[in-house]
Structure formats: C-alpha cells, structure tokens
Design a protein around this ligand. Sequence first.
Ligand code: 8X3
Length: 265
Amino acid sequence: MTSTTNDTTAGPGRPSRTAVVTGASSGIGEATARRLAAEGFHVFCAARRTDRVQALADEIGGTAVTCDVTDAASVAGLAEAVGPRLDVLVNNAGGAFGSSPVAEADADEWRRMFDVNVVGLMQVTRALLPALLAADDGAGIICNVGSTAGRIAYEGGAGYTAAKHGTQVVTETLRLELWDQPVRVCEVAPGMVRTDEFALVRFDGDAEKAAKVYAGVAEPLVADDVADAIAWMVTRPRHVNVDELVIRPRAQAAQHKVHRVTSSD
Ligand code: 8X3
C-alpha cells in the first residue's frame, strides 16, 4: 500500500470532512471522488491502479491510496492512511466478470465477483468502521454501490446478480447491526450506466459485445448521474438515512425492458 497526499496536514487548508471512495480509478468511483471533492470533502481515492488514483488525487487535491479491497493487508494500509476519523465511505469497488449461463459457469469468475463485491466491501467496512464512528456529531455514513442486478435475476447473470444480492444483503444486515451506533448505512443501486470499463471488463475486452449492452439507448446513465445521487445521499442531515436508492435511465423500465431505437425502427 502506498499513499500520497497533496495536503497531509489537518487544520487550515485541509477540508474538515473526509471521504474514502474505493474503485476510484474509473467510472462511478472516479466521478464520485470528483463530485465529493467539489462538495468540499478531502477524498481518499483508493484503487489498485496507482497511476490513475494519483492523477485523480493530484487533480482534486485528495489523497491517493493504492488498495486492493480483496487483500486484507492492503485494506489495513488504507485504514492507516485515513487515520482516526472519517465522515463518508463509498464502497464502490466491484464488477462483473463473465456472462455464462450457470450450466457453463466459471467458478473462478464467480469467486472473483464474490470477493470484490462482497468480501472486499466487508473488509473495507470493517477496517474503517472505527473511524466512521468517530466522525463529528455522529454524521458518519457508509454508501455501498450495489446494482439493480441485486434485485432481480437475468439469464447469464447469475454470478454477478448473486454477488450484488450479496452487496444488498450485507448493507441491510449492517444497518440492523449498527442500529444504535452513530453511523448511517445506505445503498445506491444503479441500473444501466455507460462507463468505459464495466461492460468491457465483463466481456473480457470484447468491445463489440460491450457496445451491444447500450445499443440503441440514446441516454444511458453516465457515471456523473450516479455520483450525483451518492453526493445527495451522503450529504443529508445526520438523522436522515436513505436506505436505498434505485436509479436507472428513463429508457430502462426493468432489466429486460429497455427502450432501444435501432436503424430498422
Ligand atoms: C449493472 C447493471 O444490468 O448490467 O450493475 O446487471 S446490469
């Protein structure tokens, strides 16, 4: 784990509110880090790709932390970099790997999905909870980035939907377990969001397959839309807990009901 900051000192010059965003190297994580910085947070930008989080942290005046959420030692390093107090944790690191039907599923892909979407989220939460409980005025908040895939099933999606159902259930469990503690627990569950990497990673770099996910959809959500929702959720007054927020593009009424305009229409 390495961390570098543009401003390591507390006090004048350093914003009083702090946020950690995991998976900050691209997509929703990157957009959320930018947005929270614009809202006045000092953002710890955590991800495996050092060059990317460093460039982002340099740009937004935050702290870059090289961190693999699936690795306990790496997560311990993140907690060390953050220190004793934290206001906001956005557990965004996650992803989909593969789209095979269950009958042809790859166990390693499934393990990777459970590892990053569920175990990683748990490890980061466990490590940073003491700091969140020490946030000023009991205003600490955890926002887990789930998915509409955590609410339904679809063919070829079982490994990912099972993992994202896991994200949802862990969030709910955590809220029950922390009911009397000064910290809030919420989940944002996005539907179709067009990012540079999500579909490309899922289809192992196959750009044609990835493009088909968004084919004919004039306006899928973009990462900034989700960042906007997250920023709203984590900046509510401290007595307000937005349990879960499902956000989709207008064109997507459900996973299987997407309005697509193709050239043959
Ligand atoms: C992404 C939503 O529809 O690709 O989390 O499963 S979907």
